[in-house]
Design a protein around this ligand. Structure first.
Ligand code: ADP
Length: 294
């Protein structure tokens, strides 16, 4: 495709509340924290921003609450050139948040889905026109699984390819697996899917791209796993590596049918993303990826 693609992301929008402490408080105890940051996150929003940086025209379909975080996150998306016509605001519910406590070797995360739960099948049906006009759709599991199933159905109806990043892990039905064009678990999610689904690998090989952290990514060709090696870098913060990989992969599948080439580009984008702190800060532009690769 010569022109830049139009891509719809259906997914979560969160504010990450990050507290750094020397050690976690014990029961009933108060400890002094070292720092506190609010960082825009949510897999959907992260992936939308990564796609916009790569040059795609991106429509985000999502929901925030009628609170300060909601407005801040929506304007953050706009600032990053993501179209927010389909980002709704629901009154009386909080914006999604992830409360992240970072202690030495002992991080913990509590996620409140909040308004992300309002990204329902009925809500995305309102935006069928946007989905229909897309070159490809990207989604994940931080919105209800019934919504992901609806998205896959709408895409099938209009012949639009759909990439599902099955994170965080949820059990997938065969009918969903049949409808998705590409499934992109990380190693951990892949093991969990294989754990409950017999013959998963045999039946869905051609759709599978497994990300394996610093090893790279694996896809199958003629029933043989092919490793596309990651680039060697000194990571500062790997948060958002998977999101960057997924966006780069989705973007590239509008440009080529060559999965290996798409994985190489995506490994490069993800390698660049781990060189900066936070999920969104390190996500590279297309020019940055190309100059890294040249
Ligand atoms: P997730 O972040 O979803 O757990 P992975 O850990 O599999 O996903 O990472 C996604 C991609 O990010 C990998 O396929 C690879 O391209 C890149 N990546 C992750 N960690 C590193 C690393 N330490 N060095 C280089 N690339 C990395």
């Amino acid at each position: 495709m010569g022109r830049e693609p139009i891509i719809t992301v259906i997914g979560s929008i969160n504010m990450d509340l990050v507290v750094s402490v020397d050690r976690k408080p014990n029961r009933g105890e108060t400890v002094k924290g070292e720092s506190f940051d609010t960082l825009p996150g949510g897999k959907g929003a992260n992936q939308a921003i990564a796609l916009a940086r790569l040059g795609a025209t991106v429509n985000m379909v999502g929901m925030v609450g009628d609170d300060a975080f909601g407005y801040e996150l929506k304007s953050n998306l706009e600032k990053e050139n993501v179209q927010v016509e389909a980002v709704g605001v629901t009154e009386g519910i909080s914006t999604g948040v992830a409360v992240i406590t970072i202690a030495e070797n002992d991080n913990s995360i509590a996620v409140v889905s909040g308004a992300n739960e309002k990204v329902t099948p009925a809500y995305i049906r309102e935006y069928e026109k946007i989905i229909k006009q897309s070159d490809i759709v990207l989604t994940q599991f931080e919105v209800p699984i019934s919504t992901v199933e609806e998205a896959a159905m709408i895409c099938e109806k209009h012949g639009i390819p759909i990439v599902l990043n099955p994170a965080p892990f949820e059990k997938l039905s065969d009918s969903l697996l049949d409808k998705v064009t590409y499934l992109t678990p990380n190693q951990h999610e892949y093991e969990l899917i294989k754990g409950y689904k017999r013959y998963f690998e045999n039946d869905y090989q051609s759709k599978l791209i497994i990300t394996k952290g610093e090893v790279g990514a694996v896809f199958f060709e003629n029933e043989k796993p092919q490793i596309v090696s990651a680039f060697t870098v000194q990571p500062i913060d790997t948060t958002g590596a998977g999101d960057t990989f997924n966006s780069a992969f989705t973007y590239m599948m509008t440009k080529t049918n060559n999965i290996e080439e798409a994985c190489r580009f995506s490994n490069a984008a993800a390698a660049l993303s781990v060189l900066k702190k936070g999920a969104q800060l390190g996500m590279p532009t297309k020019e940055e990826v190309n100059s890294f690769l040249s």
